[in-house]
Design a binder for this molecule. Structure first.
Ligand code: FAD
Length: 356
């Protein structure tokens, strides 16, 4: 008889299941969809460090589509080119990753009920809401709301990529209000195109802007999804003898600069298993380990989202003058801004300002 009921078999649900099993629990997972990994609403871009941090749960190598060596960050009309000698990230097949994670959870003893939508019918006294950005578990147990979301549209399109090793990011609050647009190459002939806008702006307009910017026409209809742009202010509690936890997008454990949530959500899920009888312990540990980085992402996002395009251009020029692209090429970290700020950055800024 399961003592842990997980709602959602995405990466956060499957990793929570593995973590709970490793701590001696019996787990049942309810997944709304009939299979894992579909529909796929994700670019599948993960830092190599981040994938490494989850390697005890999944062998990600079979899911790799394309190694990534940097990014062109278009800050309105200024381009910061960040390049590395070795790959910093992989574009992965996200559906395949979800399938592997779910299979691993089943192999280790989790029971997954596919096609079971949970609407209050919980199966155990320890409940994990890994049910994505619009979490039913969070609503059912009256957790504080997430108020900021990005609406996204994405599609894989035939596209001759100038450099298939480099992603392109486009910041313009006129064209992509409150978030950004991207192209993520899969190979020389194909890339994922995507746009996000902060709700209530309209993603459809932004999509047209991206196609115009890249001078292409898309025959394919893009698919849409939501991304939480802030962490929930509470993610665990005890209610009438039940321990309730939120993890992954349900908890808002997402980088609000880029919308990436698999690595942070996965890492928070990884530590959930040991706290099944102690909601406060989970809340404290994930915030101590990852709260500062997520807060910095939020700070950067809020700053960038509130600039006019003229201010973004001025910012781009200032960053370029300070050789920030050179700094990021050497010291950049896709997930953890705390690893980028500090003495190295101070030394770099001093050198750039003094011209030495
Ligand atoms: C366009 C786009 C691009 C992205 N690109 C990246 C990227 O490149 N890198 C990255 O790290 N992140 C990316 N993300 C974010 C990433 O997809 C999410 O952070 C990640 O999916 C969160 O995982 P999760 O397990 O918390 O939730 P989900 O993957 O959303 O899984 C939740 C699961 O719960 C199920 N569910 C929901 N409600 C119920 C219910 N009531 N009963 C039963 N089951 C239920 C759903 O069917 C779903 O399978 C992107 C997101 C979008 C929208």
């Amino acid at each position: 008889m399961a003592d842990v009921h997980i709602v959602g078999a995405g990466p956060a649900g499957a990793i929570s299941a593995l973590s709970a099993i490793h701590h001696g629990h019996q787990v049942v997972i309810s997944e709304d969809h009939p299979v894992s990994g579909l529909p796929e609403n994700c670019s599948g871009l993960f830092s190599i460090d981040g994938l490494g941090s989850l390697k005890q749960f999944v062998d990600f190598k079979p899911t790799i589509i394309n190694p990534i060596y940097g990014a062109n960050i278009h800050i309105n009309d200024t381009i910061l080119s960040v390049r590395t000698q070795t790959p910093v990230a992989h574009v992965c097949n996200r559906s395949h990753l979800d399938v592997l994670l779910a299979q691993n959870a089943e192999t280790e003893g989790a029971k997954i009920n596919y096609g079971e939508r949970i609407q209050g019918n919980f199966h155990a006294n320890n409940i994990i809401g890994a049910d994505g950005p619009l979490s039913h578990v969070a609503r059912h147990f009256n957790f504080p709301k997430i108020k900021k979301f990005a609406a996204t549209l994405q599609a894989d399109l035939p596209f001759r990529c100038e450099d298939p090793r480099v992603v392109e990011l486009f910041l313009s609050n006129q064209k992509f209000p409150g978030f950004f647009a991207w192209t993520i190459p899969h190979n020389e002939e194909k890339a994922e195109f995507g746009v996000g806008v902060e709700v209530p702006s309209r993603a459809q307009e932004a999509w047209k802007n991206l196609l115009k910017l890249k001078k292409i026409e898309a025959a394919v209809k893009p698919s849409g999804a939501s991304i939480p742009l802030e962490t929930r202010s509470k993610t665990a509690k005890s209610v009438s003898g039940k321990n309730i936890f939120l993890v992954g997008d349900a908890a808002g454990q997402v980088k609000s600069t880029t919308g990436g949530g698999v690595i942070f959500g996965g890492n928070c899920a990884a530590l959930l298993g040991k706290h099944i009888s102690n909601p406060g312990g989970y809340e404290l540990e994930w915030r101590l380990k990852y709260g500062t980085d997520l807060a910095l992402h939020s700070l950067f996002h809020n700053y960038l989202a509130n600039q006019s395009d003229a201010s973004l251009s001025a910012l781009g020029r200032r960053l370029k003058k300070l050789n920030i692209d050179v700094y990021l090429s050497k010291n950049g970290h896709m997930d953890r801004p705390t690893k980028m700020v500090g003495p190295n950055l101070m030394a770099h800024l001093l050198k750039s300002i003094l011209g030495v």
